[in-house]
Design a protein around this ligand. Structure first.
Ligand SMILES: [Zn+2]
Length: 105
């Protein structure tokens, strides 16, 4: 079972992700769900100037995937389930607080 999710994130970015290595349809849908839920709109200010990005901590231990609003700086982070690997869920939009937990932008 293949599931393809194509999302237009903003004026310059479109994302297509294929889920084809999953055990079954449930697992494929679980992995596809957070991407299906991306609406390209900031959850705080409602503007559509958002960007999807990934960054990692300087020690390379953690990788964060998040949507960032380029207008108000709000962020929506992807949480990761322990299993199956590569399954995410969307956390709530949050006002950006610089230097949280020593993270760098
Ligand atoms: Zn915003």
């Amino acid at each position: 079972m293949d599931i393809c999710v194509t999302k237009k994130l903003n004026a310059t970015t479109q994302l297509t992700i294929k889920f084809d290595g999953e055990r079954d349809l449930k697992e494929a849908l679980l992995k596809a769900t957070p991407f299906i839920q991306l609406h390209g709109v900031c959850g705080l200010c409602g503007k559509d100037n958002v960007e999807l990005r990934a960054r990692q901590t300087p020690d390379g231990q953690y990788i964060y995937i998040e949507q960032v609003c380029l207008d108000c700086g709000a962020q929506q982070t992807f949480g990761e389930y322990k299993a199956p690997k590569g399954a995410f869920y969307l956390k709530k939009w949050q006002k950006f607080v610089p230097k949280q937990h020593g993270e760098k932008l």
